[in-house]
Design a protein around this ligand. Sequence first.
Ligand code: NAD
Length: 262
Amino acid sequence: MSAAHFPDLAHKRVLITGSSMGIGLAAARAFAAQGAHVGLNARRAPAELAEILQDLRKDGGEAEFFAADLADSAACAKLVDDFVARFGGIDVLINNAGGLVGRKPLPEIDDAFFDAVNDLNMRSVLMTTRAALPHLRASAKASGQSASVISVGSIAGHTGGGPGASLYGAAKAWLHNIHKNWVDYHTQDDIRFNIVSPGTVDTAFHADKNDEVRQRISNGIPLGRFGKAEEMAPAFLFFASHAMSGYITGQILDVNGGQYMP
Ligand code: NAD
C-alpha cells in the first residue's frame, strides 16, 4: 500500500479498536503491510470480513477480528483478553473507536446522550488502555523496546467541535489531556502515549453531509479537500515504531491538511 518501511514493526502485535472500516481499517492495512500481527475490532463483523482478513495476512503477518462493543467496560477488558489469548501479548494499542453518536445542541442533551457519547469516546479508551497496561509493560520489558499507546483525538478536541458536537469535542479534548497524565505515570514502564488528531477525513463519519456542505468545508482547508483514511495511517506507524519515535511521548500529531494549526 505504501513505500514506507518500518522494519521494527514486523511481527509486532497491534490491537486497533473500531477497525472494521474508515481510519482504523486503513491503519490495519498499513500495519499488516509491515508484517505486523493485527487485531481488528468493531461491534459486529463487517460483511466482507473474510476478504479483509485474507488481504491483511498476505504480507506475512497474522490478522484476527474480535467483536466487542467498547462502550461497555467489561467488553473492553474481554477484547484485550481475547487478543492476548490469540497473539500472546500486546505491543501497540490503537484506541481508534469513537464517533459523534449524534448531533444535539445543548438544550437537547439528556442523560442518555451524555452517557452514549462519553461511553464511546472516553470510557472505551480508558478501560481498554487500563486492561492493556500489564501486557504493554510486559512487552517493553521482554523486548527492550518501548510499547506504544496511540489514541485518536480530533480537531474537534482543539476547536470545540462542529454544530451539535459539543460532547464529542469535549470527549476528544479529554483524551488529549488524559494522555499527559498517563505519560507521567507510565513512562517508567517504557510505555509511550501519543495522539493522532485527524481533521476532516472522508469516512462514514461524514455520511450526513451533502456535496454543498462538503465543498464549504473543503474551502476552509488549506489543502483544499478532505483527507483520506489512508493518509492517517503513516502517523500511526510512526508512533508505533520504537526506532522512529522512541523518544516521543505525550504529543499530539495533527493530520488535517492545515485546517487547524495549534
Ligand atoms: P468510521 O465511522 O468510518 O469508523 C468507526 C469505527 O469504529 C468503525 O469500525 C465502527 O464499527 C467502530 N465502532 C463504532 N462504535 C463502536 C463501539 N461501540 N465499539 C467498537 N467499535 C465501534 O469513522 P472514522 O472516521 O474512521 O473514525 C475513526 C476515529 O477517528 C474516531 O475516533 C473518530 O472520532 C476519529 N476522527 C474522525 C474524523 C473524520 O473526519 N473522519 C476526524 C477526527 C477524528
